[in-house]
Design a protein around this ligand. Structure first.
Ligand code: FAD
Length: 310
């Protein structure tokens, strides 16, 4: 058994999503090789090499691979695929962009967003916005899998594996080219890796109130900020704050939902959080069904008080 794990990185550093996807790879069993494709990505490759359970890191570097463009990355993975039984990536924007193309070119069905490895060919994954768990057994010769990283702890550090530079001469990106990155920058922790998240919903009523009520508590807690889709659609919070089925899937140690009703599409993105606190003035709100602690109150009174107490 040999597994190829596509690393998530920005050339200079390795995302912790890779360490989590590696835990899933290790459960499948076999030699795990991590592919770091980029440009000037030696530091990311070295970081991948020190993750426990990695037997080799393949470092592929070229101009075309510098920005995670799906087309050259897919060509590279498909060329490597003959040596592997399983090709795996975290279900991040890169993984979701690249692996379906790989699966299509290999003519196999992708197994998306697994949350559990039952055996080398059988996996569990959520369906119907997390309302049911499907067990999938694949008879494809090669498995192409994305991993819902919120369900796996990161692999620990281990002895450094070898980093092997591989040729990229044959991979050029004729159909796509990189134009620009528009990255939102923030001093707050990133949503998908934050230990604490405080999210606001439609109840906040405006962007001004969202910022005035949610952000000071987030600052006191060192928390990332999330939002429901209703809050995002109404313009109270930016798009990349959205938690849920069509937003980000998170599983922090503490998730504080403020003025969020708990629609299934929101729960799909946060119900695996270790401790859930719900702040809502409607005691019948569905969010209380998943909450460990529920506070029935007006958030406009409660959150400033909490901030003061913190
Ligand atoms: P509401 O449902 O309106 O809830 C507001 C809550 O605030 C209520 O429970 C109310 O009691 C409470 N409240 C009001 N005033 C106060 C106050 N002063 N103090 C305390 N509490 C108060 N939603 C997501 O969040 N993420 C997704 O990814 C997502 N994807 C979707 C995908 C699809 C295909 C569809 C159809 C929907 C999706 N939705 C998603 C939308 C989802 O169905 C809900 O509409 C949305 O989550 C509701 O947001 P909300 O809880 O902020 O608003």
């Amino acid at each position: 058994m040999a597994i190829l794990l596509l690393a998530d990185h920005d050339n200079s550093s390795l995302s912790d999503q890779t360490a989590k996807a590696l835990t899933a790879a290790a459960k499948i069993g076999g030699d795990v090789h991590v592919l770091v494709a980029g440009k000037g990505a030696k530091a990311a490759a070295d970081a991948a090499a020190t993750l426990s359970g990695v037997s080799k890191v393949l470092l592929a570097q070229s101009e075309e691979l510098a920005n995670n463009l799906a087309e050259p990355l897919t060509d590279l993975i498909v060329a490597l695929a003959k040596s592997y039984d399983t090709i795996l990536a975290a279900a991040t924007s890169t993984g979701k962009n690249v692996l379906p193309r790989v699966a299509a070119l290999l003519d196999v069905a992708q197994i998306s967003e697994i949350i559990e490895v039952v055996s080398a060919d059988t996996f569990k994954r959520p369906i119907y916005a997390g309302n049911a768990i499907q067990t999938v057994q694949s008879s494809d010769a090669k498995k192409v899998i994305t991993v819902r990283t919120a369900s796996f702890p990161p692999a620990s550090q281990g002895p450094a594996a070898a980093v092997e530079e591989i040729s990229t001469a044959d991979f050029s990106s004729a159909v796509s080219s990189f134009v620009a990155d528009a990255l939102s920058t923030s001093d707050r922790p990133e949503l998908t890796s934050a230990k604490i998240i405080i999210s606001g919903g439609r109840a906040l009523g405006s962007a001004e109130k969202f910022n005035e009520i949610i952000l000071p508590v987030a600052d006191k807690l060192g928390a990332a900020v999330g939002a429901s889709r209703a809050a995002v659609d109404a313009g109270y919070a930016p798009n990349d704050f959205q938690v849920g089925q069509t937003g980000k899937v998170v599983a922090p140690d503490l998730y504080i939902a403020c003025g969020i009703s708990g629609a299934i599409q929101h729960l799909a993105g946060m119900k695996d959080s270790k401790v859930i606190v719900a702040v809502n003035n409607d005691e019948e709100a569905p969010i209380f069904q998943v909450a460990d602690y529920g506070i029935v109150c007006d958030l406009f009174e409660m959150l400033p008080e909490l901030e003061k107490a913190l």
